[in-house]
Design a protein. Sequence first.
Length: 324
Amino acid sequence: MLDSIVSSVPFAVAMLALGLVFLVKGADLFVEGSSTIAKKLKVPSIIIGLTIVAMGTSLPETSVSVTAALAGSNSMAISNVVGSNIFNLMGVIGICAIMTPVAVDKDLLKRDFPFSIIAAILLLGLGYFGMGLSRVECAVFMLLFAGFVYLLIRSALSARKNESAEASAEEEQGKLIPVWKCIIFIIIGIAGIALGGDWVVDGATVIATKVGMSETLVGLTIVSIGTSLPELVTSIVAARKKQVGMALGNAIGSNIFNILFVLGVAGVISPMTMIMENVIDTVILIVFSIIAWILAWTKQRLSRVEGAIMVGLYAAFMVYICVR
């Protein structure tokens, strides 16, 4: 009786709606807490976006991929990460650019974008020639991620010396909330994002299977998009709060985190096998990454038109995976 209620469409719709509420409110608290800490520490919001926010919003991908690794379904782990990264890149950044033209930080163009492309190329090269990833290769992924975080820490320490007195002025005027409250906001925000994303995916999956979608199609669409909802909602909230650096840093940082850390952990748990669909999707990710990088270089900003192009390319990818 209980199982039939849980798997019913009305229950799934309620779970979907409640999940969206948790996602939006959690993202709001998370961005508020993170951006305030960035100001207090005099660290650029893009650094916070590339680290704390990116890791926090990648919790669903981490959960899905590690669970898949423990169950021995490593191709699902790779599909989830690659599909989520394509959505982060073209969907999340594209939608943010449509909402408000985005000025792109030089460090993002010179360091973070190229690093995300190199990570995708590394995944393609190691995965294609061996049609899988060994524990040693995945351990190398994790070491590369540690190196990337080290670069960000150095950049943050350097930026603190050059930051203006804006944060100090705001703190003196009582505009910034206390650190303890920021930490509570971040913890509650992460919990809301993780729980909300999980409920949205579960609810949408039940509805999709009830209307006749195959499990494979559900995995390629709803699960990959669903696990990226935290990035989407958090980036939109950040953009609306004029924290554009955090919005872009979140999306690019999540892509780097997903490949190097999430797949690294999953692959260390259980060596991965890549199927040809994984290879094709990774090639598409690399091509989309280069396109997005080129668009970002033009005038060092993403216009609404360029955002629409990115969303259109993602829509074309969705059509492709549905018909292949």
